[in-house]
Design a protein around this ligand. Structure first.
Ligand code: G
Ligand code: G
Ligand code: MN
Ligand code: NA
Length: 262
């Protein structure tokens, strides 16, 4: 359709841009200082010529349906690796920070995913062991054998996987053992009420403990207050992301945030 062609053209016209939201350590017990940036998540935006700056909610779903998500996702991966490799060269300590990139369900289904990722790493010089790929819980559900072997091939190169939006899909949980996943990101809808509602607090704590039971690193998303951060740290949640720490940042501001903390 027309909108599909428009997004494909946007990629060629350089209308897409990335913002980066830091992920920080919540407590000092994981070998890093509390508050230290351990990763940045690349988030795509579209500088639309007439509609202004569009957020992913305005175009990612459409792109997923039309298939334009595949070239868009490849652009995101290449651009994020290119920028992060550049920071490693100019910001002291930035070479310890991981880069997290979202993979759409369509991308995970592509037979050439390992070749695409390997090609981008070779091209940009970004190291495989600092790349995290986020797959949504809905993608992770009932993975077929080919999907599992694609992800295992990438894991074998040092790339790690995170399950994003955890708790929002129809959790079969068995996929947490069957896929080479290292990180669990608890969806922000489970964080919002934890300081006011005992039930929300118990549910969040159960999700943290579930991740730890599977030997995963746990990231809480959508942390908006210091109280939420403290509560999550006390629950054993190692990492957090949210407006309380950092909003998604333009590349220049992301570099400043890295300089300030490292
Ligand atoms: O960026 P926001 O801050 O509005 O992100 C909204 C949603 O869009 C999130 O669920 C995020 O995972 C998704 N998203 C952001 N960037 C990308 C991307 O590059 N690829 C895919 N597939 N999803 C993305
Ligand atoms: O699903 P994905 O987790 O990748 O989601 C990232 C989305 O969450 C982006 O739209 C980002 O702007 C948003 N986000 C990040 N931190 C916060 C926060 O603290 N509060 C809220 N409401 N949204 C957040
Ligand atoms: Mn994500
Ligand atoms: Na999420």
């Amino acid at each position: 359709g027309a909108r599909d062609a428009e997004l494909r053209r946007a990629i060629e016209n350089d209308e897409l841009a990335l913002h980066y939201q830091p992920v920080v350590a919540l407590s000092g017990s994981t070998g890093v200082e509390a508050g230290e940036i351990v990763a940045v998540e690349a988030l795509v935006r579209w500088n639309h010529p007439t509609r202004g700056l569009l957020m992913p909610g305005a175009f990612v779903e459409m792109a997923e349906e039309t298939g334009a998500i595949v070239p868009m996702g490849e652009w995101v991966l290449r651009e994020a690796c290119r920028q992060a490799a550049e920071w490693s060269g100019c910001v002291p300590g930035a070479d310890r920070v991981r880069l997290s990139v979202n993979l759409s369900p369509q991308q995970v289904k592509q037979a050439d995913l390992p070749a695409v990722v390997t090609g981008v790493l070779a091209e940009t010089g970004f190291p495989a062991d600092r790349l995290l790929l986020e797959i949504t819980e809905s993608t992770a559900l009932e993975p077929d054998e080919q999907t599992i072997s694609r992800l295992e091939a990438l894991r074998g190169q040092g790339i790690r996987f995170a399950v994003d939006d955890f708790g929002t899909g129809y959790s079969a949980l068995s996929y947490l053992s069957r896929l080479p996943v290292s990180i669990l990101k608890i969806d922000r809808s489970f964080i919002a009420g934890i300081t006011e509602q005992p039930r929300a607090r118990r549910v969040a704590e159960a999700l943290v403990h579930l991740g730890l039971a599977f030997d995963l690193q746990v990231v809480a998303e959508g942390i908006e207050t210091a109280e939420q951060a403290e509560l999550l740290a006390a629950m054993g949640c190692g990492f957090g992301q949210g407006y309380h720490f950092h909003r998604p940042l333009k590349p220049i501001a992301a570099v400043e945030a890295l300089r300030a903390v490292l």
